[in-house]
Ligand binder design. Structure first.
Ligand SMILES: [Zn+2]
Length: 377
């Protein structure tokens, strides 16, 4: 497991040798933005052979970033374990304790009768490191130590509830990081945008009555976890700060990008966040086995470009990504590499060896008009 970490450090040192390249080659490849990347050995230790959310996902991403020689561009951001108090900003003390005890006892599937979220003896430490790492990444972006960030963390967070793990998620690292920006830096308004194909039910539950966090989720619906209807717009003072963008199956690049332009971008403009956090799940890729959506690598690249454009327009470019889903290894690795290409602002177009879905995507123009009326009226 430590090989990947060593490789990251070794590759990050390759930046120093880049000056040996011919001047033209160096000029051609120069990234326009500094991108912080966070990866910790514990994220490889939380794993279960044969499970879709295993460490094989990170290994595939690492291999593709290595193949494309991207590591030399990244600024390493060091993870740390989240403090108990930081976890308790969003999770119940008893739940945190239960996860710890369960991991210490050897682990297993944490919810009775449900074989989705596993815990291993390393999972509590990994989940604490993921949550603390996402805090550090977001503070580094806020403090402008880096222009943009991508935390390659596991386990993911967006399904994690106040007192329950579910959907491969243990602690909700995005909501925890948003609270950290507020508590440690005095940030007033944060946006969390979740483009994982599943609804971010945990993020919704934890922020539904909080007017200081705009939570936007674009996803397949109805679909697991069966939440995510557009009627949930926030409660009380927070009305209008929860935005669900549900599509039936076979939605693809066009539906997502149109929804971004028509709903997400104007909603962000209205809200004026000081930082944007992205839960970057790539399980809407047309080759992904978990959901019938038809996005392509290039579609995700364009989505990432739009997100960075919104950040440039609204919050001085402050944007940070955290890894969500994506369960077929090659498309996942290509999607993350494509996102890195876009975040770095590398010249040229990203070479996607997979291409578009051979089956037509559905564009859902009536749904998009319905969403505009519902969320922006
Ligand atoms: Zn997902």
């Amino acid at each position: 497991m430590s090989i990947s970490r060593r490789q990251f450090i070794r590759n990050s040192l390759a930046l120093a040798t880049a000056s040996a390249l011919p001047v033209n080659a160096l000029a051609q490849a120069k990234p326009a933005h500094s991108v912080g990347v966070l990866l910790d050995p514990l994220f490889f230790k939380h794993t279960l052979h044969g499970h879709p959310e295993s460490a094989e996902r990170l290994k595939a991403i690492d291999a593709e970033l290595t193949r494309r020689d991207y590591w030399k561009y990244f600024t390493p951001v060091k993870a740390r374990t989240a403090l108990r108090d930081e976890l308790q900003w969003v999770h119940e003390e008893g739940y945190i304790y239960d996860v710890e005890i369960y991991a210490d006892g050897g682990g297993g599937y944490i919810n009775p009768y449900s074989e989705d979220t596993y815990v291993t003896p390393d999972s509590f430490d990994a989940a604490c490191m993921a949550a603390g790492g996402n805090i550090e990444m977001n503070l580094a972006v806020y403090d402008r130590d880096i222009d943009r960030g991508f935390a390659l963390l596991r386990p993911p967070g967006h399904h994690a509830l106040k007192n329950k793990a579910m959907g491969f998620c243990i602690f909700n690292s995005d909501v925890i990081a948003a609270k950290a920006l507020q508590k440690y830096r005095g940030v007033k308004k944060v946006a969390i945008i979740d483009f994982d194909v599943h609804h971010g039910n945990g993020t919704q539950d934890l922020t539904i009555d909080d007017p200081s966090i705009l939570a936007i989720s674009i996803h397949r619906h109805p679909y697991w976890p069966m939440t995510g209807g557009m009627q949930h717009v926030g409660t009380g003072q927070a009305k209008g700060t929860n935005v669900n963008i549900p599509f039936l199956k076979y939605a693809g690049d066009q539906a997502y990008l149109e929804a971004y332009d028509q709903v997400i971008a104007p909603k962000l403009r209205d809200f004026e966040p000081e930082q944007i956090l992205v839960f970057a799940g790539y399980d809407g890729h047309w080759q992904d086995p978990l959901a019938d959506h038809r996005l392509s690598v290039n579609g995700y690249n364009q989505l990432v470009k739009r997100l960075t454009d919104s950040a440039e327009e609204l919050c001085g470019g402050r944007i940070s990504f955290a890894l969500g889903g994506g369960y077929k290894l090659d498309p996942l690795a290509q999607c993350v590499a494509g996102s890195m290409h876009t975040l770095l602002g590398l010249p040229g177009t990203f070479d996607d060896p997979i291409g578009l879905s051979p089956d037509e995507e559905l564009t859902y123009p009536e749904r998009i008009q319905e969403l505009v009326k519902h969320h922006l009226a």
